[in-house]
Design a protein. Structure first.
Length: 748
């Protein structure tokens, strides 16, 4: 196979440049995954490098799977290349060398709910009744670990700058102590502890430095401080470090990503070579020009400009809606029209918002139109309580020191074991310096020293845990089935006859199916292997947002790496996008990068909209069109000029129009070229409702008009005498009627 045949000239040059430090600035849709994969394949197939000495670090599990599939095709399934997310890499190294920093190899990996439970315990112990401290503690712990700081180091970082610094660090230290006692790490610990391991264990560092001769890092712009330090340590011996990313797409600053890592790479490493991938294979010229117009306003960036050979394409449309209802109606109307006249499918559309709070009105409009949709970033499969409960039983068996798992399941299903009993049992196990499970497995040895009554209360649960512990050697799927049956999950959920509990039981069955699939793909995998895989799943069993025929509603952060034929970027108003928090914190450039990412998701059509009035925080607010709209158009005029025009119009009315009033004609003067070209037909006023059965006049219904013939209802808005229907008539276009007055009849 000729590895270079399907690459362009720049891509081939990058693939063949194999030695030393390389920075590849890869614009959106420029084929960076192909380049990264082909470079790894080229090293193994053409340069004769052992696959096991090549490391490829990806950003997500999905990217890991995609790269592995591509390499299997290029090299065969036995290539031996290490491909993983950096968290999976960390877990793998810590399993092998974790004892050097005091962890057993079967340590648990706590998710957010487990961490929150641990933080609550720390707060309760300290007798603090202040939710602000709890939230602040969670944030500070995450920040400290992303920066690679111990409690002592973090104290010097925040002392004098943060209120209650001494208390926060004291609680952070206690949190760490409890994690260690439970032989557990939270998600951020995987990197925090790996850094500590590499810095303190010469054996571990030497082993992996010798092993990884070539290191590749994808999405380098999203690395944080501790990730970068780990990568530098691993690459220090051979010096072959290949990083690929795009500073214009660095949008995760809120979780510790440092755009400086990619901006300063060639400054830190003076001998680094820099390549640029600028040809975009995803979007049309009009869309890319819009993206370039926006991002060029950022100062902290590598200079680059995307181009494409896909053709000019359709102009980007802008819509300045009267209010948020009008904006949502316009978006849904566009979608209906494109489906009906242009053959688009629902999965081709994405409605992108800056904040989750904006999705509600679009969901309502889509429901009214009977258009199926999904909201990306909803409740994840592995985060559901019933799933966490099953996994907690398995975790408690795999890691006998995992007291958090025991506390979660000791009274599920209900056994009459209250919080007071659980607390006393936890205190006793901590004082005795043994795990709670150890106490349960040897109750007779502890019965005389336990507080009165506790042994009796936990006896049934102790017998259950003994049974599970003795059978943990089963294959993973068989053991899960055994746990579910022994614990009685089916009885616990189906006995209530509640719909939500029936759904929970169905989810448990889905988990069993997942375990069967895992066991089939990983014969001989241990219980610990399975639990680690589950812990490192970013999206659980959530569907790929493009996998079924549904419209996608999503935040801009959640669609990074995806693409859609048609994209609507909505809610483009100051203090929404850019957000008020970002403006206060001086993070305008990251907000602009988010806009750039949103624009470059579009392949064929792009629509950008805003509302002049929006219902927020319990009241109607006047909104200023986002500066990003003007930047997207290439008009670098002062966006506040538009707000001045809007305010002058309102002030001149004498009586301000209601939020629910029809859109005033003067608000249309700043719509897009395409919108301005349409004639504006005043809507007739309803004088007297006509006695007419409106049942059946819904989106998708077929109707007949004496003048226009047969048509299809696209969307129905309003109720009763004020209900209006937007109807598509083949060959005649889309027309809007008040249903109660129009001479329409339903076609059965």
């Amino acid at each position: 196979m000729d590895l270079l045949s399907n690459l362009n000239e720049v891509q081939r040059e990058i693939v063949q440049d194999t030695e030393g430090k390389l920075l590849v600035l890869a614009g959106a849709g420029s084929g960076k995954t192909r380049v990264l994969t082909h470079r790894v394949a080229y090293l193994v197939a053409e340069k004769g490098v052992w696959g096991s000495s090549v490391l490829a670090i990806t950003f997500t599990n999905k990217a890991t799977a995609e790269m592995r599939e591509r390499l299997d095709v290029l090299l065969g399934p036995d290539h031996g290349v290490w491909i993983s997310t950096i968290h999976s890499l960390a877990a793998r190294i810590l399993r092998r060398f974790g004892e050097h920093i005091g962890y057993d190899s079967n340590f648990s990996i706590y998710d957010e709910s487990d961490s929150a439970r641990m933080i609550s315990k720390v707060i309760t112990e300290a007798q603090i009744d202040d939710n602000r401290i709890k939230e602040a503690l969670k944030e500070h712990i995450g920040k400290a670990k992303n920066e690679g700081m111990s409690p002592e180091e973090y104290f010097y970082e925040i002392n004098g700058l943060v209120n209650d610094a001494e208390l926060i660090v004291k609680l952070y230290a206690r949190y760490e102590e409890l994690l260690k006692h439970n032989n557990a790490m939270d998600f951020d610990d995987l990197l925090h502890k790996l850094k500590k391991l590499l810095m303190t264990s010469d054996e571990c560092l030497s082993y992996y430095q010798n092993k990884f001769r070539y290191i590749h890092v994808d999405e380098f712009q999203d690395t944080n401080k501790v990730q970068y330090e780990i990568i530098k340590m691993l690459a220090a011996k051979w010096g072959n470090l290949f990083v690929v990313g795009d500073d214009d797409q660095s949008i995760y600053g809120w979780r510790g990503a440092r755009v400086e890592n990619i901006l300063n790479f060639d400054k830190e490493f003076k001998d680094a070579k820099v390549h640029k991938l600028l040809e975009n294979y995803r979007s049309t010229e009009e869309i890319l020009n819009t993206a370039n117009n926006v991002i060029q306003n950022n100062k902290a960036r590598h200079e680059k400009k995307l181009f494409t050979n896909r053709g000019k394409g359709l102009k980007v449309e802008y819509y300045n809606a009267w209010n948020d209802r009008n904006e949502a109606e316009w978006v849904v109307g566009k979608i209906e029209s494109l489906i009906f006249y242009n053959g688009y499918r629902k999965k081709d559309f994405a409605i992108l918002v800056r904040a989750n709070s904006l999705t509600r009105i679009f969901e309502q409009m889509l429901q009214t139109s009977r258009l199926s949709y999904r909201v990306v970033g909803g409740y994840k499969f592995f985060d559901r309580k019933e799933i966490q409960d099953v996994l907690a039983y398995m975790r408690a068996v795999a890691n006998a020191r995992d007291n958090v798992a025991i506390e979660r399941i000791i009274n599920f299903p209900a056994r009459g074991i209250g919080d007071a009993t659980i607390d006393k049992l936890g205190v006793y196990s901590y004082e005795m310096q043994v795990s709670t499970l150890n106490v349960l497995l040897s109750l007779n040895d502890h019965a005389g020293r336990l507080p009165k009554g506790i042994a009796k209360k936990v006896e049934v649960f102790a017998d259950l845990m003994k049974d599970l512990y003795l059978n943990k050697g089963m294959p993973v799927d068989k053991f899960m089935q055994y746990v579910v049956e022994k614990v009685g999950f089916e009885q616990a959920y189906l006995s209530t006859k509640k719909e939500e509990d029936i759904t929970r039981w169905e989810n448990v069955q889905q988990l069993i199916n997942y375990a069967k699939e895992y066991s089939a793909k990983n014969p001989g995998a241990s219980l610990e292997d399975f639990l680690e895989t589950v812990s490192l799943e970013e999206s659980g069993k959530d569907e790929d947002p493009t996998s079924r025929d549904k419209i996608t509603i999503a935040t801009m952060h959640s669609v990074k790496g995806l693409e859609f034929r048609v994209v609507f970027i909505v809610g483009c108003e100051e203090e929404i996008f850019p957000s008020s928090q970002a403006l206060k914190a001086g993070e305008l450039e990251e907000e602009r990068r988010i806009m750039y990412v949103a624009i470059t998701r579009a392949q064929e059509r792009l629509y950008i909209s805003n509302a002049q009035r929006r219902f927020r925080f319990g009241k109607v607010q006047d909104c200023l069109q986002s500066r990003f709209v003007q930047e997207a158009k290439g008009e670098n005029e002062n966006a506040y000029k538009l707000f001045g025009e809007r305010k002058a119009y309102l002030d001149g009315l004498g009586k301000r129009p209601s939020y629910l009033d029809d859109e005033p004609a003067s608000s249309r003067i700043r719509e897009s070229q395409a919108t301005r070209a349409r004639a504006v037909v005043p809507q007739p006023k309803v004088v007297k409702p006509v006695a007419k059965d409106l049942t059946g006049y819904v989106g998708g219904a077929k109707v007949k008009h004496p003048n226009y013939g047969e048509g299809t209802i696209l969307v129905v808005l309003g109720e009763g005498a004020n209900a209006t229907a937007t109807i598509a008539f083949p060959g005649l276009g889309v027309k809007k009627f008040i249903i109660a007055l129009a001479p329409l009849t339903l076609i059965k």
